[in-house]
Ligand binder design. Structure first.
Ligand SMILES: NC(=O)c1ccc[n+]([C@@H]2O[C@H](COP(=O)([O-])OP(=O)(O)OC[C@H]3O[C@@H](n4cnc5c(N)ncnc54)[C@H](OP(=O)(O)O)[C@@H]3O)[C@@H](O)[C@H]2O)c1
Length: 322
C-alpha cells in the first residue's frame, strides 16, 4: 500500500490529525491523481469534518477538504472541486475529476485561488444561476462581514448591481465595505427593533437579498423589509446561502401572501455540478484580475490540528499547504 500525509478525521468530535493515509486510486476515466498545492479551510469543510453538513454520510475515517489547487502529472496547475464520494483534498495527493476542474493561468497565485473560490462562488453562482442579476438591480447582503459576505458585495457590483447594502455585525469590517463597493452599511446589533428599523430604512426597496445568516436575523429582517416596501407586489428574491446564526426560522404565512417574496437557496444540490463547473472559468478570471479582494493565510498541512481549533482571523482564510 502506498501512503501519503493527510489530515484525517477519525471521530467527529476531534479535529483531524496529520497522519499517513492510503493514496487514492482514480476510479473512472475522468479522475486524475494530482499533487495538492493549496486547500482552503472553509466553514463548509469544518462542518463536513464534524459530520454536520447536509451532504455528510457519516463514513469514517475521512479526509476533509472540498476543493483545492493541484498539479497534474503534466505539470499544469488546476483548481478542482472534490466529489462528495471521493477522499477530500487535505492531503499530499487527491483525486480531481476533469469534469469539475479547470486549468489555472500561470500568473494566478495558488493560495489566493484556494482561499477565494469557495466563498466567492457562493454569491457568483447565486447571482448568475439562481437569480440572474439584472443590471441596476439593488442587493442586500445579510452577513456581509465574513469572507463570503464581503466578496458578495464585490461580486454584486461586478455583476452590475446598481446599489449594494452590506449588513453585518463587526463594526470595523462593516466600515471597510464602502471601499469595496458598498453604497450603504447597516450594523446588526442585539437590539432587534433598532436593527429592523435600520434595515427597513436602508434596504426596503432592494430586489435581491443574499443571506448568509438565516436564524434570528433573517426571521426579523424578512417582515421588516416586506412591511416597509412601497409596492409589495414587486418581487423580492431572497437567496438563502449560509446559516451562520441558525438552521431554521419561523416564517408567518402572511409574509408570503402579503408580498411577492420569492424564497430559494443556492448551494450543492440546488445548483448542479455542471452548473458549478460552468461558472469556474469566469470566476477564476475575476480572482486572477484582482477584482475580488482575498487574503489567504497559508499554513503547512502538518499544522492542521493546531489551526483547526484556533479562531479565524477576520477577513483571512486559512490555506493548508501540503
Ligand atoms: N451555499 C453556498 O454555496 C456557500 C458557499 C460558501 C459558504 N457558504 C456559507 O456561507 C457562510 C459564510 O461563509 P464564510 O466563508 O464567509 O465564513 P467566515 O469567513 O467564517 O464568516 C463568518 C462570519 O459570520 C459572521 N457572524 C457570526 N455570527 C454572527 C451573528 N450572530 N450575526 C452576524 N454575523 C455573524 C461573522 O461576522 P462578524 O465578523 O461580523 O462577527 C463572521 O465574519 C457559512 O455558513 C458557509 O457555510 C455557503
Amino acid at each position: 500500500m502506498t501512503t501519503m500525509n493527510a489530515a484525517v478525521v477519525t471521530t467527529f468530535d476531534e479535529p483531524p490529525h496529520y497522519q499517513q493515509f492510503e493514496v487514492p486510486r482514480p476510479r473512472t476515466e475522468h479522475e486524475l491523481l494530482v499533487d495538492v498545492l493549496a486547500v482552503g479551510l472553509h466553514p463548509r469543510v469544518r462542518s463536513g469534518a464534524r459530520g454536520a453538513h447536509y451532504t455528510s454520510t457519516g463514513a469514517l475515517p475521512m479526509i476533509p477538504g472540498v476543493d483545492g489547487v493541484g498539479r497534474r502529472a503534466d505539470g499544469r496547475r488546476i483548481y478542482f472541486l472534490a466529489d462528495d464520494d471521493a477522499p477530500g483534498t487535505m492531503a499530499d495527493q487527491a483525486l480531481a475529476d476533469t469534469r469539475r476542474s479547470i486549468e489555472l493561468p500561470d500568473a494566478v497565485d495558488a493560495a489566493k485561488v484556494a482561499a477565494a473560490m469557495n466563498p466567492a462562488m457562493s454569491s457568483w453562482v447565486a447571482l448568475r444561476r439562481r437569480v440572474p442579476l439584472q443590471p441596476g438591480q439593488s442587493v442586500l447582503v445579510l452577513g456581509a462581514t465574513g469572507n463570503a459576505g464581503t466578496m458578495a458585495v464585490q461580486v454584486a457590483k461586478r455583476l452590475g448591481a446598481g446599489r449594494v447594502i452590506g449588513a453585518g455585525r463587526d463594526p470595523e469590517r462593516l466600515n471597510a465595505l464602502p471601499a469595496l463597493g458598498a453604497d450603504a452599511v447597516v450594523q446588526l446589533t442585539d437590539d432587534a427593533d433598532a436593527t429592523a428599523h435600520a434595515l427597513a430604512t436602508a434596504a426596503a426597496e432592494v430586489d435581491v437579498v443574499i443571506d448568509y445568516l438565516w436564524g434570528a436575523p433573517a426571521q426579523q429582517a424578512i417582515p421588516a423589509l416586506l412591511k416597509a416596501r412601497q409596492d409589495r407586489s414587486r418581487p423580492l428574491d431572497w437567496i438563502q446561502i449560509g446559516a451562520i446564526t441558525g438552521p431554521t426560522i419561523e416564517l408567518p404565512s402572511a409574509a408570503l401572501r402579503s408580498a411577492n417574496l420569492r424564497l430559494q437557496g443556492s448551494g450543492q444540490g440546488s445548483v448542479s455540478p455542471a452548473g458549478y463547473r460552468a461558472e469556474l472559468p469566469s470566476l477564476i478570471d475575476e480572482i486572477a484580475a484582482g477584482t475580488i479582494a482575498v487574503t489567504p493565510d497559508p499554513v503547512p498541512l502538518r499544522d492542521v490540528e493546531r489551526v483547526w481549533t484556533e479562531p479565524d482571523v477576520p477577513g483571512q482564510r486559512i490555506v493548508l499547504i501540503p
